[in-house]
Write a protein that binds this ligand. Sequence first.
Ligand code: PLP
Length: 470
Amino acid sequence: MLHKRTTDQNIQDALEQGDSLVFGSSGLSRPAPKYTMPQDEMLPRQAYQIVHDELMLDGNSRLNLATFVTTWIEPEARDLMNETFDKNMIDKDEYPQTAEIEMRCVNILSNLFHGKSEEGREACGCSTIGSSEAAMLCGMAMKWNWRKKRQAQGKDTGRPNFVVPADVQVCWEKFCVYWDIEMREVPMRKENGFRVNLREIPDHCDENTIGVLGILGTTYTGEFQDINLLDSLMEEYNASTGYDIPVHVDAASGGFVAPFLYPDLEWDFRLKWVKSINVSGHKFGLVAPGVGWALWKNWSELPEELIFHVNYLGGDMPTFALNFSRPGSQVIAQYYNFIRLGFDGYRKIHQACMDVVFKLRDLVAQSEIGEVVFDDIKMPLLAFKLRDDFNRGYSVYDISYKLRAYGWQVPAYTLAEACKDVSILRVVAKEGFTYDLAALLVKHVREVIADLEGNAQKRETPAEPQTRIC
Ligand SMILES: Cc1ncc(COP(=O)(O)O)c(C=O)c1O
């Protein structure tokens, strides 16, 4: 039988064998175990170094201009997150203050989105792992509400549909596939400035429509769709048909921008048919990933059957979530941001990012080869492409690829349905993307283009006839 050793003995042995070194130690003198569990333990420092070093090959998140997700947080927020990652969000009995803080955040957000408090009740909403989970929860609520009404009328419930602008994020496609719902897409139109014409949305609705979607801050261009218009279109449609199809707003990005930069813009619970909203705390809510929020205008929008009640606190703790266990740290960091930044702090940070984006927009507009795709910039995102008449044998994909050599991640991708022949580049400016970093990006884009132009010129020069040896 194998002799069992204690960790202390192993560490002692390691010291004796000279393994107090990290590099040059026995643990690092062979390839790290990859696909099967090793038999023996190794020293924590060695394991740390192996994992740490491998991760050096990941991109630098601060230079990741592709993501909408927060890449810089304050040291105090980091401290709080370190202190709370071991608190399980679902365990409201064990961590009543974490649960209390979650509900404070829901109330703060509902208030920010002009929800009206109901007598003696908290605002209706919950934290999630991100907007995708929030989308599933809000979508389910719409489906359940629709089905209940249809059942009460003795009507068929077998063919629900959901009407969305074509520039939806993939989470809505997932929602429709997972919950067996037909997704009806309203196409993006080139002639409409790469927008979806929201006026086409009611044409796609019928008695089986569980809801329609408006997006505040699209993933493709950052457009703030006109939710006010969508609301009035649905008011007209519902009045003429007798249906009551709700509007859900995907405010994953815009929900944390609009209240601070455009407080008068009506897109939220001020509007009659907006019944639910999802928003990502880890995007412009400025929390490290992953936290999102699902909010309903009032409790009657959230079917009771979807809520599970936990009563081990002595009181009644309703929960609505897809997953069970999740760290409490992001919710704590969200609350930290709320009280730390306040309204003015959020506004200043977002405005600083907007200023950088406006500067970049001007540079693209002045350039001979670039063109801004979507000029009605409401959030710190710039979508741009090569001019239509530009044909030098290279594309936005080449620019994106070559920028990686400098460390920048600037994604190139095609636009949504009906505009898929147009490829663009996108820069999302997040907290910490300063003028100085933006100036470096511009310098590097210029260098990349000069390089690509050099190759283009070479291609134009006729190749020398080659002397063939055989
Ligand atoms: C408009 C929109 N909706 C939903 C999502 C999904 O959000 P999350 O990453 O928080 O799940 C995104 C992510 O980029 C988004 O841009």
